[in-house]
Design a protein around this ligand. Structure first.
Ligand code: SAM
Length: 228
């Protein structure tokens, strides 16, 4: 059990998409391995059925005209389903930064797109279903690449898993602030939807200017344009 407050809850949800539970003023996280670097006050014996208990935390969410949900929930009629089996990769659609990116994608003109840090593939799959093409997905993590490919296939979404960053009209990148700032100069795109950081943060990179900003629960997402 990890003692903490609201900020810790937000961080824990980011780090443990498998699930976080508030119990008597403390947080329990669901993880396959004991989390490294956290102050472990108590480790409870796992209760029966723990393998499936984390599923209780994954519910579908409607974001504009999209529904992002797990395979064990039926998608509601009238919304575009993005079915995500999170596996071990980040991105169920529930995190505020993912939600903000999904909102901003729905307002963008469908063009070619590269998803940098694709995780579960949620943003790539949503983009493909919104009419973006071609859609490329790139992640440093091999498990994320495999999860993106599997989820894209299960959704029948046209997503190309990339072995390197490719040029596109638009990039979407939901990672941490320092990674976003480090990758912006390497992108060969006209615009970028970026997130993964807090409202107080302001991503900066030479030639990039902010066109729009959204905030949710203390997190932020920006639309940036490259004007060399
Ligand atoms: C917060 S998750 C975002 C997942 C998903 N795109 C979403 O919005 O829910 C960030 C992902 O970025 C990946 N990542 C971190 N650093 C990266 C880098 N330098 N290049 C590419 N991917 C990176 C991580 O492996 C992780 O899958």
């Amino acid at each position: 059990m990890i003692v903490g407050g609201e900020a810790e809850l937000a961080l824990l949800l980011h780090l443990f998409p498998e699930g976080v539970e508030e119990l008597d003023g403390a947080f329990a996280v669901y993880a396959e391995e004991p989390p490294i670097g956290f102050d472990m006050i108590e480790a409870e014996d796992v209760r029966e059925g723990w393998e499936d208990a984390w599923k209780d935390f994954h519910h579908g969410v409607a974001i504009g005209r999209l529904w992002v949900g797990p395979p064990w929930e039926p998608p509601p009629a009238g919304l575009v389903p993005v079915v995500i089996d999170p596996g071990r990769a980040f991105g169920t659609g529930a995190h505020p930064t993912t939600r903000l990116c999904l909102e901003l994608l729905q307002e963008a003109e469908p063009t070619s797109l590269v998803d940098v840090g694709s995780g579960s593939g949620v943003l790539s799959i949503a983009a493909a279903k919104l009419g973006f093409a071609p859609v490329g997905a790139f992640d440093l993590d091999e498990v994320a690449m495999e999860t993106t490919a599997a989820n894209a296939e299960a959704n029948g979404a046209g997503v190309n898993v990339l072995d390197e960053l490719r040029p596109a009209a638009l990039a979407v990148m939901n990672i941490a602030l320092d990674v976003v700032e480090g990758l912006l100069p390497k992108l060969r795109v006209e615009r970028a939807i970026v997130s993964g950081y807090l409202e107080r943060d302001d991503p900066r990179a030479a030639g990039w200017q902010r066109l729009d900003r959204r905030v949710l629960d203390g997190w932020a997402a920006d639309v940036l344009e490259f004007r060399p």
